[in-house]
Design a binder for this molecule. Structure first.
Ligand SMILES: [Mg+2]
Length: 201
């Protein structure tokens, strides 16, 4: 094992777009929820809401930012809009992911998610990770330093999003791995989630 990881005992995981990539059907459901929610919020048609979001997206390249700007809401409020979507309906068992967690069985695993605990556990079960013991956290907790401070030096955070995963974890002094894409702020990068095992073990 790399010396950099010899003290790591805890892995904090983002779920969405980290443990799995969103399917087209899930993207469609998210888009539908987003458009409907904005239409209700500012009293316009769903089609108008979709057009507004798309226009704003062209400026920011980020749907979350576009919706937050148009509805004048915070990112925390934004995340709650999608909390009811049950990812289980869009996921299937991932044998490579199951093998990865077998190789990481000596670590304690934390989950960092905005979804409620049941939805997190449903998603993990659908991916074939039911037998893994996770402790659920939320991004809010992460931002408020709710991870046991004594475990911080022994933790590594794994996520796909620079702004929502890597930067908050870095703020807490947690080492980070970004997966699927690069970030200059992350300590390590893996081309896919499946490469994490090779990095850590
Ligand atoms: Mg994510």
């Amino acid at each position: 094992m790399d010396n950099n990881f010899s003290k790591i005992k805890v892995i904090a995981w983002d779920i969405d777009n980290t443990l799995y990539k969103r399917s087209i059907t899930l993207e469609k459901e998210i888009m539908s929820v987003r458009n409907r929610w904005l239409a209700n919020k500012i009293n316009i048609s769903i089609i108008q809401a979709g057009r507004l979001i798309d226009c704003e997206y062209l400026k920011t390249r980020n749907y979350a930012k576009a919706l937050c700007y148009l509805a004048k809401i915070s990112n925390e409020s934004h995340q709650k809009i999608f909390a009811h979507i049950n990812k289980k309906n869009h996921l299937r068992k991932d044998l490579r992911l199951m093998r990865l967690f077998k190789t990481l069985k000596t670590y304690r695993h934390f989950i960092n998610s905005n979804s409620n605990k049941k939805h997190c556990l449903d998603a993990l079960e659908a991916l074939g990770l039911k037998s893994i013991t996770f402790i659920n956290l939320t991004r809010l907790y992460l931002k408020k330093c709710f991870i046991l401070p004594s475990s911080l030096p022994n933790s590594i955070y794994i996520g796909d999003h620079e702004e929502y995963d890597i930067l908050p974890a870095k703020k807490l002094g947690i080492k980070t791995i970004i997966v699927w894409k690069r970030s200059p702020y992350a300590d390590y990068y893996c081309r896919s989630i499946y490469e994490v095992g090779r990095l850590l073990s």
